[in-house]
Write a protein that binds this ligand. Structure first.
Ligand SMILES: CC(C)(COP(=O)(O)OP(=O)(O)OC[C@H]1O[C@@H](n2cnc3c(N)ncnc32)[C@H](O)[C@@H]1OP(=O)(O)O)[C@@H](O)C(=O)NCCC(=O)NCCS
Length: 192
């Protein structure tokens, strides 16, 4: 009886994942290295490379959810790279955009509606804004980083291992390992 229930549960989970998992851009190259837990839709868009490590979790039933809560992982341009390490969890409505590279380590917790992007996406000069070249620089979240809800992490930022970013922070400069940082612009509040 128990075995039948487990089989039924696994079957329903597979159906649910099949419904939820959407790969919007067939040009993109997505490598999933193991089990992927999907609680909301995952939209992998763009022509670049996305690698998801084992046991990455997408969405959380009990967290705030806008619309369907979709998580958007968008590696724009053929050379763009997004790598997510083993056991990292994304809450609902997270957006990750790379024109260069975004690397998220293992066992990170990314709160709901967090935005991570490695580019300004537009040239800043008034005339070049629509067609110019945007500034971009890699973003790195080392292992076990916890990013609070609605934080924004911008180009060129590295967040050191184990650090915590406060809810609603705007991170524009590197944050060392083992600290809590918060605010706009985010500054270290205290060591952990
Ligand atoms: C950053 C955080 C972990 C700090 O918690 P804490 O160590 O208990 O810190 P405190 O509340 O004692 O605040 C310490 C100082 O940091 C400031 N601070 C705390 N959180 C802040 C935030 N998100 N943005 C700006 N400043 C913040 C406080 O105003 C306080 O400043 P003061 O000393 O000048 O008064 C917590 O405030 C936070 O943002 N948690 C994230 C929650 C979340 O989003 N969870 C995700 C759901 S999955």
């Amino acid at each position: 009886m128990t075995r039948a229930l487990i089989k039924l549960w696994n079957f329903l989970a597979a159906v649910r994942n099949g419904i939820f998992f959407r790969l919007r851009n067939l040009e993109g190259r997505v490598a999933i290295k193991g089990r992927l837990r999907l609680n909301v839709p995952l939209l992998c868009e763009g022509a670049g490379h996305v690698t998801l490590g084992p046991d990455v979790s997408i969405g959380y039933d009990l967290a705030a959810m806008l619309g369907d809560g979709a998580v958007r992982i968008n590696a724009r341009g053929r050379d763009a790279l997004i790598v997510v390490g083993e056991g990292t969890s994304f809450s609902n409505n997270v957006q990750v955009y790379a024109e260069d590279s975004v690397s998220i380590g293992a066992r990170c917790l990314i709160g709901d509606a967090v935005l991570i992007c490695d580019s300004d996406f537009h040239d800043l000069s008034p005339d070049g804004r629509r067609h110019g070249v945007a500034a971009k620089a890699p973003v790195v979240l080392e292992d076990n980083v916890f990013v609070g809800s609605r934080a924004i992490i911008l180009k060129g930022v590295t967040i050191g291992k184990d650090s915590v970013i406060g809810a609603g922070s705007v991170v524009v400069r590197p944050i060392p390992a083992g600290v809590i940082a918060a605010g706009n612009p985010a500054k270290v509040i205290r060591p952990l």
